[in-house]
Ligand binder design. Sequence first.
Ligand SMILES: C[S@@+](CC[C@H](N)C(=O)[O-])C[C@H]1O[C@@H](n2cnc3c(N)ncnc32)[C@H](O)[C@@H]1O
Length: 283
Amino acid sequence: MTRQARDPDALRARAGVVGDPGQDQHFLVDDRVLDRLPGYLTEVGGDTSHVLEIGGGTGALTDRLCAVANSVTVIERDARLASFLREEFATECAEGTLTVIEGDALEAELPSVTASVSNLPYGASSEIAFRLLPRGVPLVLMFQREFAERMAAGPGDDEYGRLSVTANHYADVELVETVPPEAFDPQPAVESAVLRTAPREPSYSVPDGEFFRTFLKAIFTQRRKTMRNAVRNTTHISGLDDGDAVVDAADEELMGRRAGSVSPAEFAQLTRLAWEVGDPDTQ
Ligand SMILES: C[S@@+](CC[C@H](N)C(=O)[O-])C[C@H]1O[C@@H](n2cnc3c(N)ncnc32)[C@H](O)[C@@H]1O
């Protein structure tokens, strides 16, 4: 017998809640989008042994995940929603195929999972994404569209920046679908988009992860300047004691370009050089 998916409107009615945008509560109500989300994981052979959902809401996505995964863990901050999920999915909870954790995904200890599929709370999406990315599992995550485009951008794209380089450090990132506000209730003010990430080791190494991130942040504050000027003008941010030494030692062609065309591997190489000759504060 084919399993009937729970209706998102009926779920919200049973939960008796109206989403509060102030709490990042925009519930997915479009069945077609809900049905596609787990598919973005399974169509590439993603491991569904244990799937994490951040922000279960009234359970419309939880329901679809339970249909494809051996087990699901949901972290939901709102106590009313966490308790509704336990009631609504009492059978799955009793069988041990669903665990509902009431807590803040920024602070809660994350279980060891094989993947995450989540419609993220947008107010914390960046922090949550960068908690999940280092775990090295495939992710299917809904973000605000503009943020998703920045994460998925490559060198030469208008949206390419610090976020793209940092995300690319952990995974190949692909934008698989844009989603209009009408797919949610209440509707968010902006469009959304779904990203799929495929984890992999970076093709380069950096001497110090924190310095790499600080250096990127510094350089991209001057993205319209040449790399030469960006390195020199941002030592107060990067903490480099000797920006000139970095510029002198670096490849001249690279120094004449702008940050938006510099690949993650080139940034990593320059970071190594800056670490060696620029005398950063952190060393
Ligand atoms: C965009 S809604 C998604 C709800 C549901 N998954 C859906 O697709 O309809 C985000 C959910 O995350 C919850 N939430 C907000 N901030 C959170 C946080 N820091 N940690 C865990 N859950 C959070 C909200 O209460 C809300 O239920």
